[in-house]
Design a protein. Structure first.
Length: 277
């Protein structure tokens, strides 16, 4: 049976025992630090810090392999499109030009462009582990309860909870429809031509959309019948109190975000560190 891409991984690690709100806040602060800076040194540090937490949460390569395949496919596509549409972005950003190779009058390869592309890729690479830790170690209902404790309305909290909860269900429906189509003779393996696989994929996507809409309608009707949204506040069955590990995690990720911002403000190179300058 295939490992689900977005599903809670049952465990009793220190990260599992943290509040869902804490893990979400740490993810936001780490993402903020990575997205604001183009300093490769900072991005490498954030990436090493994030990936070092995967073994702590007991998240194995087998569990994240499928997700990482999609991630790196997106990453390479992003790098390619960035170069096609902005081949001089690095030169404009760093203010210098060190030519390595001329392809055409428009497309050249410069050290600055390579640094820019590498830094942009590192932003995604640094952030993705924290997102996976959040998804694999947080129960949807517990996370929704944690959001409500920090002042977020329970309607938004419940919407986020439902999103996380039904990721595995959508993947299960996808696999069920895919197996049914293959039983009817559709070749979806690597043996089929690439164009045929795209064409056959449409015969899976459309039934999946219909299935998802049906599920949404059932959940909406059930919530309406139970009077969801009638009262301003509600109680939560699952709520995890914050402990020392929560405060420590917030302090560490907050310090990373604060140092990153301070480097941007006071360092002479600002957001853009150029090792060739």
């Amino acid at each position: 049976m295939k490992t689900k891409l977005f599903s809670y991984n049952v465990g009793n690690t220190v990260i599992h025992r943290m509040s869902g709100g804490t893990k979400f806040l740490c993810f936001v602060m780490t993402s903020l630090a990575a997205m604001l800076t183009y300093d490769i040194r900072v991005l490498l540090f954030i990436a090493l810090f994030s990936y070092s937490l995967l073994p702590v949460a007991k998240i194995t390569w087998k569990q994240i392999r499928g997700l990482m395949y999609y991630f790196f496919a997106f990453l390479w596509l992003n790098v390619l499109l960035t170069y096609l549409f902005s081949p001089e972005a690095g030169v404009e950003m760093f203010g210098t030009r060190t030519l390595l190779l001329t392809i055409t009058s428009r497309y050249t390869i410069t050290v600055e462009q390579l640094l820019y592309q590498f830094a942009k890729a590192m932003k995604y690479i640094a952030v993705i582990p924290m997102g996976m830790i959040f998804i694999f170690t947080t129960e949807s209902s517990e996370f929704a309860a944690s959001l409500s404790t920090v002042g977020i309305t329970y309607k938004i909290s419940y919407a986020v909870s439902l999103t996380l909860r039904y990721f595995p269900d959508v993947q299960r429906d996808y696999q069920t429809i895919s197996f049914a189509q293959q039983a009817r003779g559709l070749e979806m393996s690597k043996k089929a031509e690439l164009l045929d696989r795209f064409k056959y994929a449409a015969q899976i996507i459309f039934p999946l959309i219909i299935s998802s809409l049906t599920m949404i309608e059932k959940v909406t009707n059930a919530m309406d019948l139970r009077g969801f949204g009638k009262k301003r506040k509600r109680t939560w069955y699952s709520r995890r109190p914050m402990n020392a590990a929560d405060y420590g995690a917030i302090a560490v990720t907050g310090a990373i975000a604060a140092v990153t911002i301070l480097m941007m403000v006071f360092a002479p190179y600002g957001r853009f560190w150029n090792p060739m300058a």
